[in-house]
Design a protein around this ligand. Structure first.
Ligand code: AMP
Length: 114
């Protein structure tokens, strides 16, 4: 797959407000936040969309969710709640083709989403 700007964030070639990093996952604040807290959790391994997730990536997908949940606990909004979203392809509203879990918090979410 072709490079995205998220690869450049991983390599620190463009700046980001990084809130989490481990061997497999990077978490950083969204540049255009849609809630008081809006963090993206991405695998360091580039995977374009959820459709490209392979069986061998299942643990990695879980790592994104665990990193988000740990961040919520650490920041103290785990009990109040939050939303995680993974937009996929055109109808899902995906704009960066390197999978990312959006973590949104700090306001009441609505349903259905727009
Ligand atoms: P999506 O539309 O689901 O593909 O989400 C991509 C997200 O990346 C959007 O919410 C953008 O605001 C965010 N984004 C784009 N460029 C940057 C950047 N340089 N740093 C942080 N977030 C970004």
């Amino acid at each position: 797959m072709s490079e995205t700007l998220f690869d450049k964030i991983i390599r620190r070639e463009i700046p980001a407000d990084i809130v989490h990093e481990d061997e497999h996952v990077l978490g950083f604040r969204d540049i255009n936040p849609q809630a008081p807290v809006h963090v993206l959790f991405i695998p360091k391994k580039p995977i374009a969309t959820l459709n490209d997730l392979e069986h061998a990536d299942m643990l990695l997908a879980g790592r994104l969710m665990k990193a988000a949940a740990d961040f919520a606990k650490r920041e103290g909004f785990d009990e109040a709640g939050y939303r995680v979203v993974m937009n996929t392809n055109r109808d899902g509203g995906q704009s960066v083709y390197h999978i990312h879990l959006h973590l949104l918090a700090g306001r009441q979410m609505t349903w259905p989403p727009g």
